[in-house]
Design a protein around this ligand. Structure first.
Ligand SMILES: [Zn+2]
Length: 128
């Protein structure tokens, strides 16, 4: 017997993806009482990360009143990936300063190659 998981597909795209949400619950995510400020779909929590399953974005809480302030414009990442992104951004800033003060073509070339590498890695992390 073949199990059909998706019996009813969302045609309009307006209603939340129920099958996706139930799958999240099955994989250990917790549905929260708060809703996404963008689409009003209940937020989920998994491994300390709170996210909107509809927007596929991470939610950020305001520490003062615990209200959802905004939904970050980024895909879901583990914390280590976020740390890596921070480091890469820092290195890019450092390299652009180095590039500005570079005096030889050789030095500029080296810096630009590094910049290219970092940008490539960031693209891979961010995905399409
Ligand atoms: Zn949302």
């Amino acid at each position: 017997m073949v199990m059909k998981e998706e019996r009813q597909e969302n045609k309009s795209g307006q209603s939340p993806d129920i099958s996706k949400m139930s799958r999240l619950l099955l994989t250990g995510s917790t549905m929260l009482a708060d809703v996404c400020p963008d689409c009003n779909v209940p937020l989920f929590r998994k491994d300390k990360i709170i996210f909107c399953p509809n927007c596929n974005r991470k939610a950020v809480y305001v520490s003062s009143n615990d209200e959802v302030k905004e939904v970050e414009h980024m895909h879901l990442f583990s914390e280590s990936i976020e740390q890596l992104q921070d480091i890469l951004t820092g290195k890019l800033n450092y390299l652009s300063q180095k590039l500005a003060s570079a005096e030889s073509y050789e030095e500029m070339k080296d810096i630009l190659q590094l910049v290219e590498l970092i940008v490539d890695i960031e693209k891979k992390i961010l995905g399409p």
